[in-house]
Design a protein around this ligand. Structure first.
Ligand code: ADP
Ligand code: MG
Length: 632
């Protein structure tokens, strides 16, 4: 097969353009990316060799080599890992499959200016292509373990790349960067310098568990590289916290999290005893955009006695902690352990329990010691953590303790359940909340009227999971969690309230209208009654305490479950002129059927007020237009 030329996929081309004209000031990180890929390739080969005895691969000396050629101005990063097949090179290097990168490009288009772009590169990382920040041509030679033929890939990053089969390629991958001319004004950034390369490896890749060797070549400072191992390969998780710098932890995080940003929190756990293991966990500072996708890949890296076993090991943490990244290194697991075995292993389950508690207690610490960081954590991951309130009853209390809410009261507008209960007036028995899609729709909800008027604090719940956990949890410290849109609300008597007698009279006066409306609207509502929660709006819809809310109903339907349509209760505000007028009109009629349209409109208004949509919008518009016309 001859050399063939291919075009980069559009996104890939954009990304390359960005790298070539790089605005990113910290170009050193290109080496971290290439070393990281090499390290992954070595991990993969080790595993493949372990699992597949037909794979005839010598894994006795897996390592990474860096080679500088000062005269040719090249830097080569070589590994004897898994390698890539011809097709894989095209797929993996020629296109952008990584959804994070796609997201990156979208944001990049929006950022437009150079400073914005720089910030974004730092946030997303762009892996292999970052080589083009320092090189004007990149060659990759690779052969996949178990295959005979190798592949050479070359590109100047300008829209096309070439692929060529090669007969005598060594196993693994070598990436050769044809470095851009050194900047005479900035000798410190010459990547053909032995000193510089050593410094970068030490800074960014020291923890890599495979030896990174500098081979051949003579360095500028007259230093012969010989063959020296540049990294200490220390497993950071096995060392005590005092011995490891914050920066070292962060670089490890960036490697395993494929994230260029600093983590929000580093959590270490070293368990001794019969089942010994070490864990080093990280809470990222930003939620990935696909955290709620079905196929979001999560889980920790599993090592057994310092040997990498698998990525994305879900069994180590519950799903509601899927945003946590990190490494777990166990002493007494078989190197051959499979995912299926892990799911059932008693020790793994114990480990999961312990790690979960550890993460939750770190969150708790953040909450008490560093409120700003806690606020970031909650903003990014609160919606995921709350899933645990439903799925993990054992840790429910711990989770409730770190859950915070936006609220109608308080200085910064957030509150914990404990704080809510502490500041709740003595005569209040329940914890009130409202659910909805957004803060705005909630703020204007008629259900809030009486609460607002009386200054009763209401928790504002806007995450989809909120509907579910409030039902599952039910109460906190003996106080019921109650929706302001469910059941009858008794907010206690106030001075200007009607007396019991007056109320009874009112009930009698309205009895006819309520009964008639219920009959008219029976397809949609199961009851019509006078409201205690409205002060401004004419009507609202409420659910029975045990009914599904419309949002939940929709959620179940979206999940493909059959749910009967819940009819709700229509509440009328007896102090509203429209309601009063309707009642009077009803009282004067022998045959009230000409009031049916008004009753229907009143119901539709209640639907609209809570952000819903009238059952038959066209009919609603017609009725409304008709009424308006009569006002002219
Ligand atoms: P990422 O590492 O985040 O997946 P990269 O751009 O760094 O993104 O690499 C893209 C893909 O190319 C990798 O996922 C891997 O499959 C492949 N790849 C890159 N470098 C190597 C290598 N040295 N050996 C084998 N495969 C590699
Ligand atoms: Mg990479």
């Amino acid at each position: 097969m001859p050399t063939e030329t291919f075009e980069f996929q559009v996104e890939a081309r954009q990304l390359l353009q960005l790298m070539i004209h790089s605005v990113y000031s910290n170009k050193d990180v290109f080496l971290r990316e290439l070393v990281s890929n090499a390290s992954d390739a070595l991990d993969k080969l080790r595993l493949a060799a372990l699992r597949d005895d037909t794979l005839d691969a010598d894994v006795s000396d897996l390592h990474i080599e860096l080679e500088i050629d000062q005269d040719a101005r090249t830097l080569t990063v070589r590994d004897n890992g898994i390698g890539m097949s011809y097709d894989e090179v095209g797929q993996l290097i020629g296109t952008i499959a990584n959804s994070g990168t796609a997201e990156f490009l979208r944001e990049l288009r929006e950022a437009q200016d150079a400073a914005g772009a720089e910030g974004l590169i730092g946030q997303f990382g762009v892996g292999f292509y970052s080589g083009f920040m320092v090189a004007d041509e990149v060659t990759l030679l690779t052969r996949r373990a178990g295959e005979r033929q190798g592949t050479r890939w070359t590109s100047r990053g300008e829209g096309t790349y070439t692929l060529e089969p090669v007969d005598d390629a060594p196993r693994g991958t070598s990436v050769t960067l044809h470095l851009k001319p050194a900047d005479p004004d900035n000798q410190l950034h010459d990547y053909a310098s032995v000193w510089k390369i050593k410094e970068i490896v030490k800074r960014y890749s020291d923890f890599i568990t495979w030896p990174i060797r500098l081979v051949g070549g003579t360095g500028d400072e007259g230093e012969t590289a010989g063959s020296q191992t540049l990294n200490s390969m220390k497993a950071l998780w096995a060392r005590s916290r005092e011995e490891v710098s914050e920066e070292e932890y962060h670089e490890l995080y960036k490697h395993i999290g494929h994230d260029w940003r600093e983590p929000l929190e580093t959590i270490q756990l070293q368990a001794e005893g019969t089942f010994e293991y070490q864990a080093l966990l990280f809470v990222p500072s930003h939620a990935p955009h696909d955290l709620f996708n079905q196929n979001y890949r999560h889980g920790l890296q599993l090592y057994v006695k310092r040997v990498f076993i698998m990525d994305d090991c879900e069994a180590l943490l519950p799903s509601y902690l899927r945003f946590v990244k990190g490494v777990v290194d166990a002493q007494d697991l078989s190197l051959n352990v499979s995912r299926e075995i892990l799911q059932q292993d008693r020790h793994i389950r114990m480990m999961q329990r312990r790690l979960t508690k550890k993460v939750l207690s770190s969150v708790k610490n953040m909450m008490t010691e560093d409120t700003e960081r806690y606020a970031t954590l909650w903003r990014e991951f609160g919606a995921v953590l709350k899933e645990g309130l439903v799925t993990d009853p054992d840790n429910r209390d711990a989770l409730l303790a770190v859950t915070s809410f936006t609220t109608t009261q308080g200085d910064d507008g957030t509150v914990t359940l404990r704080q809510y209960v502490e500041r709740m007036p003595e005569e209040q028995d329940d914890i009130y909340y409202i659910t909805g899609e957004s803060r705005e729709s909630i703020d204007n909800s008629p259900h809030m009227e009486a609460f607002r008027e009386r200054g009763i604090e209401v928790l504002l719940l806007t995450d989809p999971v909120d509907e579910v956990w409030v039902d599952a949890v039910g109460e906190y410290e003996g106080k019921r969690l109650r929706s302001v849109a469910k059941g009858e609300i008794d907010l206690g008597a106030r001075e200007d309230d009607r007396s019991e007698d007056e109320k009874e009279q009112q009930a009698e006066a309205y009895a006819g209208l309520l009964g008639w409306m219920r009959e008219r609207l029976q397809e949609d509502v199961k009851e019509v009654r006078l409201s205690t929660r409205l002060t401004v709006s004419p009507a609202c819809l409420v659910a029975d305490a045990n009914d599904l809310t419309p949002a939940l109903e929709n959620m179940y339907r979206a999940m493909g479950q059959e749910v009967p349509r819940t009819r709700r209760i229509l509440e009328l505000n007896p102090d509203h002129a429209l309601v009063k007028g309707l009642n009077e009109a009803y009282g004067h009629r022998e045959d009230p059927s000409d009031l049916t349209d008004t009753a229907e409109l009143l119901y539709s208004l209640a639907v609209l007020a809570e952000g819903g949509r009238p059952k038959d919008p066209a009919r609603f518009v017609q009725l409304m237009a008709d009424r308006l016309e009569r006002t002219l």
